[in-house]
Design a protein around this ligand. Structure first.
Ligand code: C6P
Length: 416
């Protein structure tokens, strides 16, 4: 067996300037990585270096700066393609975020769906992979069909086999739940979708930052994710699409840069990927996203995953020591991502968040943009910790101490 390369957490933490700050007099414990991750110095530098030395609009100018900026921007498209093993970098479209990528798809499917067609989703979808399909259903007369989430926080493939059928035209599924951490069987779902003649669309917002995701091995048609959840800047999203399907699809936004020829009455579209990138894109942030991808690749996604599983396992063990604490989602850390949603006694998740923040611990509380899933779980909200490559077991201990303090404030035994 090959020895797993351990992450040098101390060296990694030194790359993230924000981790030096204190919050409410305590060292920052940043456990809200599923919402957005912190940025290493290399990404911050890439952003300011771009503005200091290269800033120009891309694809338009013939001067040196424009050519350098264009090469840097297009270079990141190649890096993204390599990350997800896209067969062709022209299949990689830059958007603003996962939400925009999924909206692009839902709009483009308007002409393709008829009344009676079905769009298959799951009860664990983030609103970004739900509401665009609700609007599409209203526009087209198609019907939404859902896969349930079972007691273990997982999908049931037998149910998927029953519910994906000849009427199914779109199967749109999250690969890693932002609430439960569940990792869904995407390759199986893609196979079922294709057998039924449907397309398989994957919300990779939480999975791509944490797992090696290979669009060819999974055989998915579309994959959406966001730069800001994987060390990159906000304002950059990715839509990968199977080339033939992207070729068939009409544009989402229109205007400059996405055209081939324009007359006063009509226009024809530019080739991929430009057909889907209307207007001046987020050049600086895309280039800085490239620095984030370099950083992740240097550490290796396998090593990141191993660290995530280890830390999640440790956090779950420590959390299980506390009386009155309920964890949602799969019990085996290797079957989930590094998010742990929980409720503690009868303390509202918002109160937990506010109290632990006094100890410098940043976590998220609420419905996590997954209200149908909250209903399935039978709770209005959860608190959620989510880890990334710079988090440590020592930080988990600080979080547990802060939780015990919350229990004491609310008059509960702390269970320690
Ligand atoms: N989830 C969370 O705290 P955007 O905002 O477009 O970059 O990502 C949307 C999105 C889509 N799908 C999943 C599974 C997600 O987790 C998210 C973002 C954050 O859980 C913010 S709500």
């Amino acid at each position: 067996m090959i020895a797993r390369p351990a992450l040098d957490l101390e060296a990694i933490r030194a790359d993230f300037p924000i981790l030096n700050r204190t919050v409410n007099g305590h060292p920052l414990v940043y456990f809200d990585n599923a919402a957005t991750t912190q940025k290493p110095q290399a990404v911050i530098d890439a952003l300011s270096n771009y503005y200091q030395s290269t800033n120009a609009n891309i694809h338009r100018g013939l001067h040196t700066l424009a050519e350098e900026a264009t090469a840097a921007y297009e270079g990141v498209r190649h890096k993204v393609g390599a990350l997800i093993n896209a067969p062709d970098p022209r299949s990689v479209i830059f958007t603003r975020n996962t939400t925009e990528s999924l909206n692009l798809l839902a709009y483009s499917w308007t002409q393709r769906l008829r009344p009676g067609d079905e769009i298959l989703l799951t009860m664990m979808e983030h609103h970004s992979n739900l509401v665009p399909w609700q609007l599409l259903a209203q526009r087209s007369g198609a019907r939404l069909v859902f896969l349930d989430v079972n007691e273990a926080g997982e999908l049931d493939l037998a149910q998927a086999k029953e519910r994906i059928g000849p009427r199914t035209k779109v199967v749109a599924v999250v690969q890693m739940s932002n609430v439960l951490g569940t990792i869904n069987p995407i390759a199986d779902l893609a196979q079922l979708a294709h057998r039924a003649g449907a397309v398989c669309i994957v919300d990779g917002a939480q999975s791509v930052p944490h797992l090696p995701v290979d669009v060819q091995t999974l055989d998915v048609d579309f994959l959406a994710f966001s730069s800001h959840k994987m060390l990159g800047p906000t304002g950059v999203g990715v839509l990968y699409g199977r080339r033939e399907l992207l070729e068939e699809m009409g544009p989402f936004l229109s205007g400059g840069e996405m055209i081939s020829a324009v007359t006063p009455e009509t226009a024809t579209w530019a080739a991929l990927p430009h057909k889907f990138e209307a207007g001046t894109p987020n050049i600086a942030d895309v280039i800085a996203f490239g620095a984030a991808l370099d950083y992740l690749q240097t550490l290796g996604l396998e090593a990141l995953r191993a660290h995530a599983v280890e830390l999640t396992a440790y956090a779950m063990v420590r959390m299980h020591e506390l009386e009155g604490l309920t964890i949602y989602g799969p019990s085996a850390p290797e079957r989930r991502g590094s998010v742990v949603s929980f409720n503690y006694w009868d303390i509202h998740a918002h109160d937990i968040s506010t109290i632990v923040d006094q100890r410098g611990v940043a976590l998220r509380a609420g419905h996590h943009c997954a209200q149908p899933l909250m209903r399935t779980l039978g709770v209005p909200a959860t608190a959620r910790v989510s880890f990334y490559l710079y988090n440590t077991p020592g930080e988990v201990d600080l979080f547990i101490d802060a939780l015990q303090e919350a229990a004491a404030i609310f008059g509960h035994r702390d269970g320690a």
